[in-house]
Design a protein around this ligand. Structure first.
Ligand SMILES: *Cc1c(COP(=O)(O)O)cnc(C)c1O
Length: 356
């Protein structure tokens, strides 16, 4: 039976990526060696790293003055590395969920943190609006896609202070006006590569403005100067990331990804709104994530939650159980997820409705 992979992360990757990684594990670039057993300083791998950085720049139309880094440590390491590098005295954060909360906690280690707004009062089911960004902050930090709750900031906002974004779960799902940000980072395991590599897009002129001593390994400067080769980079995940970037390019770039992602999420939200068994958790359409669609049972069918999950799983719908802090269901519709998987899920939802 065909499996439809709706996991939130690590998550589905293009078949193109899996196929080329499988080949490189066997024989990398005609070297007769596996990608897992070759020097990161070899000319073959250096070419991979350089291509991945330049293709990332090409796909997101990243302006001059920015660098793309591939590091270890995950987005969670960036929660602490970002303030370490950018925060002299004060920073501002938007609290849109558990990941934003973790970023806030780390920033507090380095100075004053102003939380400009929070949607915690309604379990992070909306994106706060109408807040004021303090002009004396060194930067303003947002989480563009809230993977757990299914909310998303889909437009690049104007900020009076340098803008920093965790884009772990919506990077490369849409065009981004990178010039509005000084720093964008994320774990690659949602929309780009297997776990183990973290992407960082940093505007060079924002660095060098803090007084504190920054450990060499946590200093963005180090990795810019060494082209992400200061220490051993995660070789296999970087190779996989390059394959996904090539796949995005060959499939129409981020504009085409955005169009496809919209098509997928609109179909699923429509079904959740229509189906008598279910209701969406995010009520404002503007706030609804294109990447992670969340829904719960309507009250009168609450007892069918577990049976529906079992039914859907038996039909090959994998990874649709909602995060424990939200309950219900979550389907992640990352770039690599085919439209056919969304249609199959909708088919299962309709079948189950007709039995209930
Ligand atoms: C998954 C996720 C993280 C955590 O990423 P790690 O690479 O596991 O540290 C952070 N932020 C967001 C928005 C995420 O979805």
């Amino acid at each position: 039976m065909k499996k439809h992979n709706f996991y939130a992360g690590p998550a589905i990757l293009p078949e193109f990526t899996i196929k080329n990684v499988r080949e490189a594990v066997r024989d990398f670039a005609g070297t007769g060696l596996s990608i897992m057993e070759i020097s990161h300083r070899s000319k073959e791998f250096t070419a991979v790293m350089e291509q991945a950085q330049s293709l990332f720049k090409e796909l997101l139309d990243i302006p001059e003055g920015y660098h793309v880094l591939f590091l270890g440590g995950g987005a969670s390491t960036q929660f602490t590395v970002a303030p370490m590098n950018l925060m002299q005295r004060k920073s501002a954060y938007l609290n849109t969920g558990a990941w934003a909360g973790k970023a806030i906690k780390e920033a507090k280690l380095y100075g004053e943190v102003e939380v400009v707004a929070s949607s915690e009062d309604r379990n992070f089911s909306y994106i706060p609006k109408g807040y004021k960004i303090p002009e004396d902050a060194d930067y303003f930090h947002i989480t563009t896609n809230n993977t757990i709750y299914g909310t998303e900031i889909k437009e690049d906002m104007d900020s009076p202070v340098p803008l920093v974004a965790d884009m772990s779960s919506d990077i490369l799902s849409r065009p981004v006006d990178v010039s509005k940000y000084v720093l964008i980072y994320g774990g690659a395991q949602k929309n780009l590569a297997p776990a183990g590599v973290t992407f960082v897009i940093v505007r060079e002129d924002i660095l060098g403005k803090v007084d504190r001593k920054i450990p060499t390994i946590f200093n963005y400067r180090t990795h810019i100067d060494k082209g992400s080769m200061f220490n051993t980079p995660p070789v296999l995940p970087v190779y996989a990331a390059l394959q996904t970037l090539i796949w995005i390019r060959d499939n129409g770039g981020v504009e085409a990804m955005q169009k496809r992602n919209h098509e997928k999420s609109s179909l699923l939200y429509e079904e959740i709104d229509r189906n008598k068994l279910f209701k969406p958790t995010i009520l404002h359409e503007d706030d609804r994530s294109v990447m992670n669609v969340c829904w719960v049972m309507n009250e009168e069918y609450a007892e069918l939650e577990k049976p529906f999950l079992e039914y859907a799983t038996a039909k090959g719908m994998i990874g649709i159980k909602g995060h424990r802090s939200v309950g219900g269901f979550r389907a992640s519709l990352y770039n690599a997820l085919p439209l056919g998987s969304v249609k199959a899920l909708i088919g299962v939802m309709q079948e189950y409705e007709s039995k209930a």
